[in-house]
Design a protein around this ligand. Structure first.
Ligand code: NAD
Length: 365
């Protein structure tokens, strides 16, 4: 049974491929697990996302939602097209109509999608999170929910790694919604942002970057590379920059066998989903570099989405994000230390226990 290899005791429950021949685009939906409630996960828009990537991302959501203690399972979707396509609204509306009856999946924003896209889905299906404020949404990117959680996580983890967040030198790969908000919140905690990158390149200033000015520069010119004073380097040079903390906040698998040797940080706080390969994560731990798994560090966004779905306010969401992320970062680091295991394994064990316990009450669909 070759199919058996692709599933485990958690899921995925459903893997759906959609093809829209007239509009000529593909989409993928993975509902990984719904034992804790209907799955929540973002809709990624990219021309080169694969089924296996969507499956891994959906599993990450299952673990993230479990350990975050929200009443949701994990899922993920991808619309395989250019995020700047003029046909974007049409793609979203067709995609939404195709999953109108897939009640076990609640779409949210992800790379290449935003509140407007969620409004289109909501209009077609009545079901989406990360909605515009006018539709009762909590604008999580504008509010910086994930960045706030990353900064809280970094503060707990840096203390665990033996240094203070105030004065820590930080490198952020990717300066979109997550990277910007992480920079802002880390800056407010006294950290010094020394390098930031986007698709155009990387900037470095060992004396520190003015985050507010950088946000303005990115807004006005479209890229961080126009910020001054700073040295401009190539995108992939960012991981070799000497620093205390790296926050990868762009795409999957950016720290891997090819560059893991270059890392000079003491701590990696995973802002993006699956930004560090398993091999690299284990190698870095061997070198004494602490790496906080994505589904612990970047849970701020989904916690806010779950609060939106439950009709709560942004203020209530912020309190919960801080409380859960501080608690979970401490919890996994203590367990990892006590049981002499990787932080990711500690986090997986805690998340999985809750899922398996909830699965006992489920029957097959
Ligand atoms: P975004 O599209 O707003 O920003 C992504 C940024 O990464 C852009 O600035 C882009 O230029 C940059 N980028 C892309 N490829 C790059 C590369 N190779 N080198 C340097 N920069 C690169 O996306 P986002 O919402 O900020 O999400 C970033 C990551 O965080 C994604 O992996 C997403 O799944 C994950 N995430 C997002 C949230 C959220 O609340 N938005 C929550 C959890 C996880």
């Amino acid at each position: 049974m070759p199919f058996k290899k692709e599933i485990d005791e958690i899921g995925p429950l459903k893997v759906i491929q959609l093809f829209f021949p007239v509009s000529n685009f593909h989409a993928i939906v993975v509902v990984d697990n719904t034992a804790l409630g209907p799955s929540i996960g973002g809709v990624r828009v990219s021309p080169d996302v694969t089924i296996s990537e969507v499956k891994r991302l959906a599993r990450t959501m299952t673990m993230k939602n479990s350990i975050a203690g929200i009443p949701h399972g994990g899922g993920k979707a991808a619309i395989i097209t250019d995020p700047l396509s003029p046909e974007k609204e049409n793609c979203f509306r067709l995609f939404a109509r195709a999953l109108r009856d897939l009640h076990e999946y609640i779409p949210g924003p992800d790379m290449g999608s935003n509140e407007e896209c969620m409004a289109w889905i909501h209009d077609e299906t009545g079901r989406a999170v990360g909605l515009p404020e006018e539709l009762g949404g909590l604008p999580l990117d504008e509010l910086g929910a994930t960045g706030l959680g990353l900064a809280e996580c970094a503060e707990v983890a840096s203390a665990h790694a033996g240094f203070e967040i105030a004065g820590a030198r930080v490198v952020i790969q990717g300066f979109g919604s997550v990277g910007k908000a992480a920079a802002r919140h880390l800056f407010n905690k006294g950290a010094v942002i020394v390098s930031v990158s986007d698709t155009k390149g990387c900037i470095y200033n060992p004396d520190g970057i003015d985050v507010i000015k950088l946000i303005e520069t990115k807004q006005e010119t479209g890229s961080v590379i126009h910020y001054q004073p700073a040295t401009v380097k190539a995108c992939n040079e960012i991981f070799a920059i000497p620093c205390d903390i790296i926050v990868p906040a762009a795409t999957p698998d950016v720290i891997s066998k090819s560059n893991m040797n270059e890392i000079k940080a003491r701590l990696i706080v995973q802002g993006a989903n699956i930004p560090v390969t398993t091999e690299a994560e284990e190698f870095l731990h061997g070198k004494g570099i602490l790496s906080i798994p994505d589904f612990i560090a970047n849970a701020g966004g989904v916690i806010m989405s779950a609060m939106e779905y439950a009709g709560k306010s942004a203020k209530e969401a912020f309190v919960l994000i801080q409380e859960r992320i501080i608690k979970n970062t401490g919890l996994i680091l203590e367990k990892a230390g006590r049981d002499r295991i990787y932080p990711r394994d500690a986090a997986n064990l805690i998340a999985k226990k809750r899922i398996l316990a909830a699965m006992q009450y489920k029957r097959d669909l």
